[in-house]
Ligand binder design. Structure first.
Ligand code: SAM
Ligand code: SF4
Ligand code: SF4
Length: 403
């Protein structure tokens, strides 16, 4: 099988990285690039071209205010997904997300009154639904540490008109919560797990939490009828790269979908270096050697994971190549922080204060107009203009903005 240099041919090696930041865009994207029709190179097999990943134009559901006039940002991207961070707190201290040295006992988490209530979150989600949002992801911090989180799921399921609701969790509290979440209207779930070896996993979560606790959470989610279950594994070179193939093997044939995520320079505290990134192409190659893979098309426009199926019929995996093969051109995600700030990029430095608007008595129409203007002004494409210098900029933390 031909072997490709993993970063060759990626935007990083094509010199997109000059400057960086919103004011230093190298050039405006061509119409074709905005539409995402550029074929992607399949790293597992140099003779295979992946089909276009982002077959826009996007179709919006009928509840959109005016389906013929979707809200588009400056690069022609509609808003389709809302990620809702319900807390900036977490019971883990993953070294790549909330390092203990920074998020210690004296760390100032958001005060209770600053955090959006379930009613406020539901209102924002409902209004976003009228602007084109079709999918909600509840995240954090660790969303299951928020009291009565199933109550929020219930409100979102019954009051927003959006039925595609999912949640990302570290899995530690799932044995207690899975059935209630399902009963409240959650359909599927993503559970994070970075290794199947206790010594490695404990070193990564840094709170001595065992692998079995997360596996029990995944089993509880499956028993409760949450499906599909996706398992997120962040791969950091030199830390857990040897766990890639065992993780693939463990979930092969179970129906659960492992998604291998390139370690990202989110926030400003994890000390990210490009050398720590194991490129997705290498991850695919490692798995393909043991469990042969074939690429498959995206489920929907803007899907972040590149999908591969096992050639033996054992299911599928995904790789999220946000660093080496950025997908900003298909990025339709907005993020709402626990204290009600709206961010239009995971790597943003500032957000728009929706909470102030909600608490000032603004009407739904006023809130909708404000959200629309923020989205319409959006220029974000951080991952396409990342340089070795940009990780040092003062970005908000992922535990705050929501992963
Ligand atoms: N606490 C929940 C969890 O861990 O699943 C939800 C929030 S967490 C921020 C969401 C996802 O972001 C997790 O799958 C986590 O592994 C991933 N993540 C956190 N920091 C990351 C980083 N530096 N690079 C890539 N993924 C990261
Ligand atoms: Fe907590 Fe999730 Fe961040 Fe780990 S990745 S520290 S579990 S928020
Ligand atoms: Fe979207 Fe920002 Fe990530 Fe690009 S860098 S895919 S714009 S969140």
């Amino acid at each position: 099988m031909p072997v490709l240099s993993s970063v060759e041919g990626s935007p990083i090696s094509r010199g997109y990285g000059v400057g960086g930041g919103k004011d230093a865009l190298p050039r405006r994207l061509t119409k074709q690039e905005r539409r995402g029709s550029r074929p992607l190179y399949c790293p597992a097999d140099a003779n295979v071209l992946l089909p276009p990943q982002t077959p826009v134009p996007y179709r919006l559901k009928s509840r959109t205010l005016n389906p013929d006039m979707p809200i588009l940002d400056t690069l022609g991207r509609p808003v389709r997904d809302l990620r809702i961070s319900v807390t900036d707190r977490c019971n883990f201290r993953c070294v790549y997300c909330m390092p203990k040295e920074v998020f210690g006992h004296d760390y100032a988490f958001l005060p209770h009154n600053d955090v959006l209530t379930f009613e406020e979150i539901t209102r924002v989600a409902r209004i976003f639904g009228t602007l084109g949002v079709e999918k909600l992801r509840i995240t954090g911090g660790e969303p299951l540490v928020r009291r009565d989180i199933e109550g929020l799921v219930g409100q979102l399921a019954s009051h927003t008109g959006i039925d595609d609701i999912t949640l990302t969790t570290n899995g530690s509290l799932l044995p207690r919560k899975a059935a209630a979440l399902r009963a409240a209207g959650l359909r599927r779930i993503t559970v994070s797990l970075d290794s199947l070896r206790d010594e490695v996993f404990k070193a990564m979560n840094d709170v001595d939490f065992p692998v079995q606790g997360v596996l029990d959470g995944i089993a509880a989610a499956a028993d409760a009828g949450l499906a599909p279950i996706k398992v997120n594994m962040v791969v950091k070179r030199g830390l857990n790269q040897d766990d890639v193939v065992p993780m693939a093997r463990h979930f092969h044939g179970t129906g659960h979908i492992v998604r291998f995520i390139e370690y990202m320079d989110v926030g400003a505290t994890n000390g990210w270096r490009m050398d720590d990134v194991l490129p997705a192409a290498d991850i695919v190659r490692l798995i393909d050697r043991e469990l042969p893979l074939a690429p498959i098309t995206a489920n929907y426009p803007g899907e972040v994971a590149q999908r591969y199926r096992y050639r033996d019929g054992g299911g599928e995996i995904g790789v999220i190549a946000s660093v080496t093969q950025p997908f900003c051109q298909g990025c339709t995600r907005a993020r709402l922080s626990a204290d009600g700030k709206l961010y239009t990029c995971l790597f943003a430095t500032e957000g728009f204060d929706v909470r102030a608007l909600l608490r000032s008595g603004a009407s739904d129409a006023n809130v909708a107009a404000a959200l629309s203007s923020v989205w319409q002004a959006r220029t974000d494409r951080y991952s396409e203009v990342r340089t070795s210098l940009t990780p040092r900029s003062r970005k908000v933390e992922m535990s705050y903005i929501g992963g």
